[in-house]
Write a protein that binds this ligand. Structure first.
Ligand code: UDP
Ligand code: MG
Length: 319
């Protein structure tokens, strides 16, 4: 048991153009918090933080109205759209409370498991991951590709937890440790396990989005994957070196073989069109790819050395 006193909870919700979802989300989170307070699980001073990530719709107006209805709702407006990871990071660093739970505004994650998260926190866990059950309705291909994805991630040395998005509880101490990671290309799902604190998992079934649109398109998902790989692993650079070495060794022996035949005069090595032109294109392509991959890391380094702020706040509803 951590302490007899229930913790002050902060729920952190990043919002980008969520005017359709926000009223529902606010109502449901409020009811959830109310019942957790009634059950003595959390302190009555607990709050719900909405982080407006530069929305262009009425999201901020709605958040301001909510904040006026009672002190439980708090709003933070970022100066522009920074992206999900940064809005979430901003919320985690700014929100107050003994424990913070992050959740997406669309409530695709099951808010009922918050009870289990708090119970697990009281048992002394500092990070509690919400993990989706593998849906029975998923096709075999879906399950196989997801498994392959996490397998690849672990091969590349990225410490992600399978089927965990950003629905998790973090203790105050975990937040303090997280705040020391000031890297520009922050990938929270990968950084949190690095904190190394005692952690646990709770399981739930993910639902479909009820209103509004998903803000993540294929391109965003692709860039999140690239960000995940390049901020956690230099394996792609190593693969380039290995391929380069292999090509070099093979060419060296081929060269030796050709020379031997030419010198002994056993046969004239007939260098045909294919054997001349194909390697040129093949190696040209490989070289461009290698330069591109190396360039990705140089680009990352460039962004990191600038040490730009990860987010900036325009205003809040409470201070
Ligand atoms: N979000 C954000 N900034 C962005 C894009 C998304 O704060 O630039 C928020 C969004 O409002 C939601 C969460 O991040 O609360 C996850 O977005 P979404 O549900 O669209 O992603 P999906 O669940 O489809 O991956
Ligand atoms: Mg969603």
């Amino acid at each position: 048991m951590k302490s007899a006193k229930p913790p002050v909870l902060g729920i952190v919700v990043p919002c980008f153009n969520e005017e359709q979802m926000l009223p529902i989300t606010a109502r449901e989170l409020d009811a959830r918090m109310e019942s957790m307070i009634a059950a003595g699980l959390i302190d009555p001073a607990s709050s719900i933080y909405f982080i407006d990530d530069g929305s262009s719709d009425r999201t901020w107006e709605l958040i301001s109205e909510l904040a006026q209805t009672g002190s439980r709702f708090k709003g933070i407006k970022l100066t522009r759209n920074y992206g999900h990871q940064y809005a979430l990071y901003a919320g985690l660093l700014e929100a107050e409370g003994d424990a913070l739970i992050s959740i997406d505004a669309d409530l695709q994650d099951d808010i009922l498991v918050m009870d289990q998260m708090i119970a697990s926190y009281n048992e002394g866990n500092e990070v509690i991951y919400g993990v989706r059950h593998e849906r029975a309705s998923d096709t075999r291909f879906k399950r196989w590709s997801a498994a392959a994805h996490y397998r690849l991630a672990s091969l590349l040395g990225i410490p992600t937890l399978p089927n965990h998005a950003d629905f998790r509880l973090m203790s105050r101490r975990a937040i303090a440790l997280l705040s020391e990671y000031r890297e520009t290309n922050i990938y929270l799902r990968g950084v949190v396990p690095l904190l190394g604190l005692r952690s646990a998992e709770v399981y739930y079934k993910r639902k479909a989005r009820r209103a509004g649109q998903s803000k993540y398109n294929l391109k965003d998902m692709f860039s999140l994957s690239i960000a995940g790989v390049t901020s956690f692993s230099i394996m792609p650079l190593r693969i380039i070196s290995i391929v380069g070495l292999l090509v070099f060794v093979i060419s060296f022996f081929l060269g030796g073989w050709a020379l031997y035949y030419a010198l002994t005069g056993k046969t004239t090595v007939i260098a045909g069109w294919a054997s001349t032109v194909i390697p040129i294109y093949l190696l040209g392509g490989l070289q461009l790819l290698a330069i591109g991959v190396a360039g990705e890391y140089i680009g990352k380094t460039y962004m990191e050395v600038k040490k730009r702020p990860l987010y900036q706040i325009e205003k809040t509803t409470y201070k």
